[in-house]
Design a protein around this ligand. Sequence first.
Ligand code: BG6
Length: 509
Amino acid sequence: MDDRPQTVKSKNGLPSAVRGQKNMNTSSNGLLTTIIIFGASGDLTQRKLIPSLFNLFRKRRTPKKFQIVGFGATEFTNEAFQKHLLKGLKEFAGYEFTTEEWDVFAPNLHYLSGKYKESSDFQKLADYLTKLENNEEANRLFYMALPPTLFPTIIENLGSSNQLHENGGWRRVVLEKPFGTDLESAITLNKQVHKALHENQIYRIDHYLGKETVQNILFTRFANTIFEPIWNRNYIDHVQITVAEKVGLEHRAGFYDSVGVLRDMFQNHLLQLLTLVAMEPPASFSASALRNEKVKVLSAIKPMTPEQVSTDTVRAQYKGYTEEKDVQADSTTPTYAALRLFINNWRWKGVPFYLRSGKNLAEKQSQIIIQFKEPPLAMFPMQTMKPNMLVLYLQPDEGVHLRFEAKSPDKVNETKSVDMEFHYDEAFGKTAIPESYERLLLDAIQGDASLFTRADEVETAWSLIDPILQTWETHQTPPLAVYKPSTWGPAEADMLLAKDGRRWLNEDE
Ligand code: BG6
């Protein structure tokens, strides 16, 4: 029976209008879909997964027949689990919902406690699911909302309890990041999961790809004809990709200290942003066409030599980091990094891509700046003129600005930089942008892997990050810089661009 609410309308304009709409409300084969969440008592489930699934349900986008089973070490009855999730919804959902909506959704939530390393508990899970699915064919989406060290064990246990075999319903596994801690561990992890799963059953999450504004990079480029002809080394001077965080370590200091900013943000999010800016137009939006192009971009970047690492990277730690709780007193873990990368292909040869990200910075600000070249002939006084710039604001205040020069009135030949602006909240309303997990969960249910990273993509990304990590960690080169919290990072990062006669553009300059 379709027990989803009848009255909730989606205010979500862009994605449903443009992409994925034909599949809305389907699980593609009409079977019951069970979503099994490992790590169900954890933070991610309460803050992101359930709020996203509930909102999809309210928008009538979940499969008609669907249920969620939480699995974890914590003991919960179904009722206690539902209560725990409701508490999370009230705190984290970020949207209003009614008691009636919750009352319709809650009976779909079940819980089974068990140990991840105990193979008999997986047989227990298999039996539990079979019973819940009335012994009928069903689709199963297994979501790993827990540390990656547990992935191989869980997948092996799922395999040996015969839960990954597809005969009728599909079987898919969603893997949270981080996928490995270096190239070698990522290759090993890929091998381990490939023992039990085909690549097309694996959905590796990078939540940045679920962000509307990140998908909008492709729409800006390929749904318009005006940008693509100038999207190359003939017109673009350089590209800046910034993912600045105002927050510090929050409650993850122990984890973060063993990882650092390069593994936490660059191997995945920043390199993904770079691929979307730099890739060639794919022949279609299919998962393989899109991901082939992304892999090509990553493969066109040469891994850095140790010398390049010392000149083209900056690693830094905010002042006071080592005094934080759960951080080693002598830790050299970087909380900020800046890189200068080149893509060695016809389109981008010689155009620097500057990437930076850090914690405890002045503002939360994720943006991509495409800085165009100066006009070839200086007919007007250059001191008042700035080069054209396209800024993709990813968060907050999502939107796009195009900066160009206009003649200042009542002056002979002065110009002023002005912006053409698009803001999501003005164009689509304040609540238009959904949580990125909504889109990713829906895509995984619908079998669309285009916004998930493929095995070769993850490994190629690691092959770029590995040499940097090795030089940083083995040779401590370049020296660890220090920056004051609530600033835009260390002076060394400014130097990285200054050497090229450029500078970072912060906020709305
Ligand atoms: C996560 C990182 O992947 O992304 C966190 O592990 C970081 O350290 C977070 O804070 C940033 O995500 P967002 O969506 O807030 O930009």
